[in-house]
Write a protein that binds this ligand. Structure first.
Ligand code: FAD
Length: 310
């Protein structure tokens, strides 16, 4: 049995495991894939104090750091079910997909999120070679070049405004007949000379030259015509999906599936904490996930030392 069991091996999970182990409590970490989204990232230029690095390299550093402590790592294991303690201070039970079970006094959920994909030909092939999901991360890679933003919700229009200051031109493609972003954002985007907005546009294919993206094609849903746009980059902004499906009936989630957390990372269930992209923290970044992991681990430790002695 553990004092603190972490689910997730991304930046939030790794950080929380280290903070927990440094308190000398029995710490475990279960991850489906150690490294999380960082494994899929090429250039990282906003992890403060490291000017530039690559995802797999940062993950190697994360792993070495965690392994320097007494953390029981269970990699390649997926958690399927969480059962809260029957009484406060009792054991929380975690069940793996393979049927194995683990018990813990406190649980820290750091299962992250995944970008919603368009699922069109070329998207997977050119991911990281022109197809991007994070404007804060990859915007500067397209300096002075034309890009598209797929999605006209808040994240899409924010991305367009953000990118317009860096790239030469932004084309926003929205599937629906109107944008779904806040009015102030739409007004701001429309006032910018290098943003064009196209509604009723269904993206059908990402095109490239075998090496990188050269454009996309879309269908005009009113006329039925197929059209092509030349581009260097495509930012897909159609939603971030939290990996919280297995918690649906256990803890409070927002209507988008994010775990609702308080200032110490606490969730609606006593003894269960959460951090990183799976939570309702407004910005999803490596440095923020790591800070969140540290914060929630300290929150869990505070909770643990206040449990009544039996
Ligand atoms: P994740 O990194 O998503 O890790 C989640 C962990 O939980 C993984 O180990 C996963 O396997 C595990 N897991 C999920 N479900 C289960 C389960 N049921 N059982 C067991 N384990 C489970 N941020 C930046 O700051 N800078 C960048 O340059 C940058 N570039 C990015 C580029 C791309 C392509 C992507 C996708 C993201 C990028 N981000 C960047 C965002 C950043 O990667 C995330 O904010 C960060 O990884 C979130 O950390 P996390 O620990 O919360 O979750």
């Amino acid at each position: 049995a553990f004092d603190l069991l972490v689910v997730g091996g991304g930046p939030a999970g790794a950080s929380s495991a280290i903070y927990s182990a440094r308190k000398g409590i029995r710490t475990g970490l279960i991850a489906e894939r150690f490294g999380g989204q960082v494994m899929d990232t090429m250039a990282i230029e906003n992890f403060i104090s490291v000017k530039a690095t690559q995802g797999p390299k940062l993950v190697q550093g994360l792993e070495e750091h965690v392994k320097d402590y007494d953390v029981d790592i269970m990699d390649n294991q997926r958690v399927a079910k969480v059962t809260p303690a029957a009484v406060e201070g009792g054991y929380i039970e975690v069940e793996l997909e393979n049927g194995a079970k683990a018990q813990t006094k406190t649980l820290l959920l750091a299962t992250g999120a995944r970008w919603r994909e368009m699922n069109v030909p070329g998207e997977k092939e050119y991911r990281g070679r022109g197809v991007a999901y994070c404007p804060h991360c990859d915007g500067p890679l397209f300096k002075g070049k034309p890009v598209a933003v797929i999605g006209g919700g808040n994240s899409g229009i924010e991305a367009a405004i953000d990118l317009a200051g860096i790239v030469s031109h932004v084309t926003v493609l929205e599937f629906d007949s109107k944008l779904r972003a806040d009015e102030v954002l739409i007004r701001k985007a429309k006032s910018m000379p290098n943003i064009d907005i196209i509604v009723n546009a269904q993206t059908t294919e990402v095109t490239g030259n075998g090496e990188k993206v050269t454009g996309l094609t879309y269908t005009d849903r009113v006329s039925g015509d197929s059209k092509a746009v030349e581009l260097a980059g495509i930012f897909v902004q159609i939603g971030l999906v939290p990996n919280s499906e297995f918690l649906k009936d256990t803890i409070e989630l927002t209507n988008r599936g994010e775990i609702v957390t308080g200032p110490r990372g606490e969730t609606s269930v006593p003894g269960i904490f959460a951090a990183g992209d799976v939570t309702n923290v407004p910005y999803k970044q490596i440095i923020i996930a790591m800070g969140g992991g540290a914060n929630a681990a300290l929150g869990a430790f505070d909770y643990l030392i206040r449990l009544p002695v039996h």
